[in-house]
Write a protein that binds this ligand. Structure first.
Ligand code: SF4
Length: 92
């Protein structure tokens, strides 16, 4: 991974197939909703697949390494990671 810090992330619901290794890798961040799509858990209590800031995550102490591992675990590459300039870090 580059030295860029992850500052936001999203799930592409159209691509997500609910395979759930992201949940296994980062269960504090991801879970499946009732449509079997991954959603991101926020400290507000909301859950969304939309792009959110890392600082708004329920688990804001999650490491970039774990987020990247979760994104890499997705068989259909439905998890997108962005740096502070909004550039896409993953999928590269
Ligand atoms: S690993 Fe990918 S396909 Fe599976 S639930 Fe997570 S985002 Fe969806």
């Amino acid at each position: 991974m580059s030295d860029k810090k992850i500052t936001s992330l999203k799930v592409d619901r159209d691509t997500c197939i609910g395979a759930a290794p992201c949940v296994a890798t980062a269960s504090n961040v991801f879970e499946l909703d009732d449509e079997q799509k991954a959603v991101i858990k926020l400290k507000s209590g909301e859950k969304t697949s939309d792009r959110v800031s890392k600082i708004d995550l329920q688990d804001e102490t999650i490491t970039d390494e774990t987020l990247l591992a979760a994104a890499q675990s997705c068989p259909v590459r439905a998890i997108y990671l962005y740096d502070e300039e909004g550039n896409q870090i993953f999928p590269a």
